[in-house]
Design a protein around this ligand. Sequence first.
Ligand code: PMP
Length: 430
Amino acid sequence: MIQKSSNLFQRAQQVIPGGVNSPVRAFKAVGGNPLFMASAKGPYLFDEDGNQYLDFINSWGPMILGHACETVEKAVQDALGKSFSFGAPTRREVEMAELIVQMVPSLEKVRMVNSGTEATMSAIRVARGFTGKDKIIKFEGCYHGHGDSFLISAGSGAITLGVPDSPGVTKGVAQDTITVPFNNLAAVKVAVEANAGQIAAIILEPVVGNMGLVPPVKGFLQGLRDLCTQQNIVLIFDEVMTGFRLAKGGAQELYNVLPDMTTLGKIIGGGMPVGAYGGKKEIMDCVAPAGPVYQAGTLSGNPIAMAAGFAMLTYLNEHPEVYAYLENLTSKLVEGMQANLAKLNLAYTINRVGSMFSIFFTPDPVTDFESAKQSDLALFGQYFNSMLRQGIYLAPSQFESLFVSIALTDKLADQYIAANLAALQVIHQL
Ligand code: PMP
């Protein structure tokens, strides 16, 4: 029964474009109507009709401690009653910045914003201001939010809905964004040579979550690091998904490659709308009022959002065992899926890094956008719906990663693996 969700979707479509406030939520790529959520606790979501789902989106990452986690809830409750916003600096913002700088290896200074999109838009403005150069290099299938400069060969919802190059982005903006295939260092070098002295920044998701999960091949990140150092290009790791998730210090800690700038989001708000960008002192000191590059925000550093984020980051900082738990549990999920595939004589590709993973409905390795696009999207849609009928809530697109939280138990992992087997049997009529 999803009657209430269906009714709400009908109403929503009258007053909200496509009935949703972010495109992938509309379930367009998988058919059927989106479910309207009423509440969530631990590993479970509950929709308006009272159905329960085991959640593998976890708000696209931030719910790493599970839904309605008491530590974060309590911090928010403590912040209530002291006003929701001051428009003036607060102690918590200082503590938050100190904690982020301590946890993320390459950061020396950080500025809070309200979303991942704001973080990446601001970061490239600063990189341009710092270097005095205009162009940026991004990778096909990487998603960096909906800033004009990034809606070129974009992943995530943009590719899910078939608009990787959005109308509304001017030719002038588009020509300053150069796109190259992910994991292809040679192509990056060619692009840098062809635009000698003009590239301000190279931006990438060090582990891509937005074309499904795609890890960097060995040497790719270090190769970019060396190239950027040689060519005076600002290397930006967009760790909006990977930050504080793949390790305490994000992908840069895991792969031991330090960017010049980092963008962060989602998780640092503990579920509240927060983003941040930061980097080396000399770069960040270009930002107003310390320097001339303007960037601002009325609600930036919002006290309620800072309370939630600070509680979550403090927990992660003080409980490094979270990462070992997530690593073990997610590897169990993937091993279970691989055993299912073997049992059914099927060959699909599963990629995983830490607690992020994807199953691609293609037998070939997925290392970039082209290979990700070889996936059978119709089959993915059937798989998604079969999992949903079994109470497992996956990302409604082949081009998204799944996220595991510490609220997932060993027993629930078994439930997921059993559902995966059943779904594979259903879609292949085995
Ligand atoms: N960068 C990356 C890597 C992302 O995954 C996202 C969102 N999925 C963004 C930027 C944009 O963040 P937001 O949706 O908070 O604007």
